[in-house]
Design a protein around this ligand. Structure first.
Ligand code: PEP
Ligand code: MG
Length: 578
């Protein structure tokens, strides 16, 4: 029977293959107590499981391919970090030694308690880390002898398969990919999960939140999935199969061709130079970015340095990471974004001082946190100033909401420079300082901010969230969270105009930048620098080479005034068909 299902495509590409259903069976843990004389032996048994789990993760890391595995390696590191996290380990040891629980029972208790806590947190990013906890505890249970059975339905060996499951842990994706997985669809999942990030890195089409009809899929079914549109087609007739195979072949050929031609082509049809940069979060990711044609790093998200650790990173630790990056980019531009963190992300040291905000996305975060508590920020600030001595590093300040904050930050930077001078450190006195325009008030004040800074970067993800007053992580609101809303396009346009007027560069580094269907529109709005996830670079570069900027400018202007979403879509289609 032919079936058409729909979900949310979060990793692009077409995959055609046979269904393989992944059933998850959580380990059965019995309530069991130990006798008092065995308590030390039981704690030792638990610690041995911790060691075995760590060794397993290190082994997995050492087997990763060298290039393009930065994100995966960072995720495995975060899992190792969890095994050392006192907040996870101490209560378990306590349950064993004080309450005489068996290791398994203590782990299950701690798991249930943490998952319940995660459930009550508003921040979707944090909520998604619950899967990491589940996975870590399942790993420990495995090393204690109780296995979480993740079975794929039996049946004959299938070489190339599309996994159908409720959810998919990052390690399952890596494991199954090595065994022939070419695509996956799930009923749960999130666009921000580690699984999604890895799927993008491995270029595996992934569709999440397929709402209806998943239970009808069986092993014998043949699926076509399109990770771009979220379409799932089961048992299509031979004609449809042939046509999707053709589309898949063309897309692959086009991609190969684009990757091959990448570096030479960064000019539009009318010969305007468009700079394409990468958004990365680890040093290793730059390898892949470079290979795919990035001209530098337009956004280095430094938050990963703060996660899963006991202490805040020291100035020297920051400096080590940034110097590694400087060496890696070999003179290409490198934009380091300062900490965009807030109190509800369990940050060592910070959460004790800053009370948890009821609405963290609107609370004391990023630049506001840095201004209020310079003690958290100074190590990073000093390290960025020092790293800039070794290469063309620029500093990018996130979540700026107006002129006054910019002035205060610039003062703080001057003070840090004076301190470094007194300490006789080498640093870059003339470091370029830019701001992210991602809060509507900053976009409206762009013409006042631009004269104070060296460059601006538009964060369209947050700009969309805050302009439309819609939580970017809330699944229920996703279809309405539209970056093509005329108000957003107008704010982007005004920001570009303000930057041009002050003669400073402006880039766009939100997810919009990596969407080739928006490339012409963004160039029409005046942007000449885009920064994106590395895997999007070849397609966006290709779109750039096919754009006549003068021709798309008029239609882009009309999109800023579109009366309704249907009109917006019509105009976008028109821009893309020129
Ligand atoms: C943005 O908001 O568009 C952005 C690039 O920053 P982040 O996604 O890290 O908030
Ligand atoms: Mg942002």
């Amino acid at each position: 029977m032919t079936l058409l299902l729909n979900g949310s495509g979060v990793s692009r590409g077409i995959a055609i293959g046979q269904v393989r259903v992944l059933h998850e069976i959580q380990p059965q843990v019995r309530r069991k107590k130990i006798i008092a004389s065995k308590r030390d032996a039981e704690v030792r048994r638990f610690r041995k499981a911790l060691k075995l789990a760590e060794a397993e993760l290190e082994r997995a890391k050492s087997q990763l391919p060298r290039s393009g595995s930065g994100t995966i390696s960072a995720i495995l590191d975060s899992h190792v970090g969890m095994l050392h996290d006192a907040a996870l380990v101490e209560p378990i040891e306590n349950l064993i030694s004080e309450h005489l629980f068996s290791s398994e029972w203590a782990l299950a208790q701690q798991r249930d308690q943490l998952l319940a806590m995660f459930e009550s947190i508003d921040d979707t990013y944090i909520k998604q880390r619950a899967t990491d906890i589940e996975e870590t505890i399942a790993r420990l249970l495995k090393h204690l002898g109780s296995r979480r059975r993740r079975t794929t339905s039996t049946g004959k060996a299938v070489d190339k398969f599309i996994l159908v499951s409720k959810n998919l842990a990052p390690s399952d994706l890596i494991y199954q990919e090595q065994r022939g997985l070419i695509g996956a669809i799930t009923t749960e999942g999130s666009p921000l999960s580690h699984t999604t990030i890895i799927a993008k890195d491995l270029e595996i089409p992934l569709i999440i939140r397929v709402q209806y009809g998943m239970q009808l899929l069986e092993e014998a079914d043949r699926l076509i999935i399109d990770g771009g549109t979220g379409m799932v087609l089961a048992n299509a007739d031979p004609l449809a199969q042939k046509s999707f195979k053709g589309m898949q072949r063309t897309a692959r050929q086009r991609r190969r061709e684009i990757v091959r031609r990448k570096v030479r082509t960064n000019k539009s049809l009318d010969q305007s130079k468009i700079e394409i940069f990468a958004n990365i979060a680890s040093v290793e990711e730059y390898n892949q970015a470079r290979k795919l044609g990035a001209e530098g790093v337009g956004l280095y998200r430094t938050e990963s340095l703060f996660l899963n650790r006991e202490e805040l990173p020291t100035e020297e630790e920051h400096l080590r990471t940034y110097r590694r990056l400087v060496t890696k980019v070999k003179g290409a531009p490198l934009v380091l974004r300062t900490m965009d963190v807030w109190s509800s992300r369990r940050l060592p040291g910070i959460e004790q001082v800053v009370p948890r905000s009821a609405q963290p996305a609107l609370g004391l975060r990023a630049i506001r946190l840095c201004l209020r508590h310079p003690e958290f920020f100074r190590p990073q600030l000093n390290a960025i100033l020092r790293a800039a001595h070794y290469g063309p590093v620029a500093m990018l300040l996130p979540m700026v909401s107006g002129v006054q904050e910019v002035r205060e930050m610039l003062q703080m930077i001057d003070m840090a420079k004076a301190d470094l001078k007194r300490q006789r450190r080498v640093f870059d006195q003339n470091i370029r300082v830019g701001v992210m325009i991602e809060v509507p008030s900053a976009a409206v004040s762009a013409s006042l901010i631009a004269p104070l800074v060296d460059f601006m970067a538009i964060g369209s993800n947050d700009l969309t969230q805050y302009t439309l007053a819609m939580d970017r992580d809330d699944a229920n609101i996703q279809p309405l969270l539209d970056p093509l809303n005329p108000a957003i396009l107008q704010l982007i346009h005004e920001t570009v105009k303000a930057a041009n007027h002050s003669g400073i560069p402006v880039s766009l580094c939100g997810e919009m930048a990596g969407e080739p269907a928006y490339t012409r529109l963004l160039l029409g709005l005046g942007l000449r620098q885009l920064s994106m996830h590395p895997t999007s670079i070849p397609d966006v570069k290709h779109a750039v080479t096919q754009t006549d900027i003068a021709a798309v400018t008029r239609l882009s202007r009309a999109m800023r005034r579109a009366a309704n979403p249907r009109k917006t879509q019509q105009l976008l289609d028109k821009i893309n068909s020129l």
